[in-house]
Design a protein around this ligand. Structure first.
Ligand SMILES: [Zn+2]
Length: 103
């Protein structure tokens, strides 16, 4: 009894996620009949989906960071700006510009 309801729950979960998992609806039934292929497809699609989600989250996070980080730390602003006259490195372009005035 309990295992039966658990199976149903798992099925319901798949139903709910299959749209997100990007599986072709026409392939859905054929794949479901072929358990090994079905499992591979679900695993693969779930992985792809998770990777896409992670990538999207990373991109979003980077964009958010860039937007909020108006005054980034020197380490974050590569590359350094070397002075063409004395080769002194500057962490910010404005530092080089004001340094160039002293030459
Ligand atoms: Zn210089």
């Amino acid at each position: 009894m309990e295992s039966c309801s658990q199976k149903k729950r798992l099925k319901d979960k798949f139903k709910a996620t299959k749209k997100e998992l990007n599986i072709d609806p026409t392939l859905w039934e054929a794949l479901a009949k072929n358990r090994p292929a079905w499992r591979r497809a679900v695993t693969k699609e779930a992985k792809t989906y998770e990777q896409q989600r992670l990538q999207a989250a990373k991109t979003k996070r980077a964009a958010r960071k860039a937007r909020h980080n108006c005054n980034p730390t020197p380490q974050a602003t590569a590359p350094p700006w070397p002075c063409p006259l004395c080769n002194r490195d500057f962490r910010a372009r404005i530092g080089l510009i004001s340094h160039l005035r002293t030459h």
